[in-house]
Design a protein around this ligand. Sequence first.
Ligand SMILES: [Zn+2]
Length: 201
Amino acid sequence: MNRITRPALLVLALALGACARPATPVPEGVRYLSRAEWGAKPAAMEMKTHVPHRITIHHTAERQAPARSTAAKLQALQRFSQSEGTLGNGRPKRMWADVPYHLYVAVDGSVAEARPIRFVGDSNTPYDPTGHLLVVVEGNFEEEELSAAQRRTMELLIPALARRYNVPPEKIAAHRDFAETLCPGRSLYAEIPRFRELVAR
Ligand SMILES: [Zn+2]
């Protein structure tokens, strides 16, 4: 007979559960939409796995659309991602397995799970996103500013991700630090030193 009683095992399991990392990468107080909640389709092909060691920030380059649901925006982004097409600059876009980014920060401040973080993201520009946790923020930040809800979410989310994946402040960066692009737009790029400061605290 095993000496560990059933109640003791239950206590042990609860204690281990309490020590485990939270199930979602999004901090408390931020609304999170899982892939199931926005109605994601499965990935269209196999993806490589990686362990993120830096955070790279993008914008959608499309104007914020507060009247449209986050689920509808993610479904449209996934449809675009999983098909061949043409980019805004006229260059051809190949088919991707899934949404290229890992987390999507909507204009209302909610965060949607895009590509699962354990898989390498994708890019239209020639840099290797292996090891990059890709956060995309809804808007065209060449022309717009973060909404108050997006700013609040980013100030909670970026430090929480940095803690979870051991990302030091200097590895919080923007798409344009790696490739020739305006992404994530002027006004969002200007916020990055502040995100680094929050991570350094
Ligand atoms: Zn980008």
